[in-house]
Design a protein. Structure first.
Length: 161
């Protein structure tokens, strides 16, 4: 079952690389009491994700945060080392937080996984964006086709008003 507007974000424990090494992120706690824009990409270093999706949010981070957003998060079913390196390559630090869903547990719990084995990628997350306020999904935009239309930074800004 796919998560929808009005649902609470599932509580899953993830790991990311921080300044001190591995950090545990409990998604149930992470979203509590904050307004967060989360966008998901099928994979770090993939063409559309690297050319358009992540750079769009990095470039518009100040505009998005000016709408009362506490944090912008990029989610991908990749390991913490890949996500850290990809974020560094795109100068995301301080603008977009990189959150690896290394085993896809968070993505699956939201019902937003997809099998793209045909492209050699296995089970990954769909391309989407959502706004979460105090742990509750306030908006959810899932891409139905290829490219970045409803889940990009410009669409996010429009949704935030």
């Amino acid at each position: 079952m796919t998560i929808k507007v009005g649902d609470s974000v599932p509580a899953v424990k993830l790991k990311r690389l921080g300044a001190e090494g591995f950090e545990e992120v409990d998604t149930g706690e992470f979203f509590k009491g904050r307004k967060v824009v989360l966008f998901s990409v099928p994979g770090a270093f993939t063409p559309t994700c690297s050319a358009e999706h992540l750079p769009g949010f990095v470039g518009k981070a100040d505009d998005i945060k000016s709408k009362g957003v506490d944090e912008i998060v990029c989610l991908a079913v990749n390991d913490p080392f890949v996500m850290k390196s990809w974020g560094e390559q795109h100068s995301a630090d301080g603008k977009v937080s990189m959150l690896p869903d290394w085993d896809g547990s968070f993505t699956k719990a939201m019902g937003l996984e997809q099998d793209i084995s045909v492209a050699g990628l296995g089970t990954r997350g769909k391309r989407f964006s959502m706004t979460v306020e105090d742990g509750v999904v306030k908006s959810l935009d899932v891409e139905e086709g290829k490219g970045v239309t409803v889940s990009g930074a410009d669409a996010c800004l429009t949704n935030l008003g």
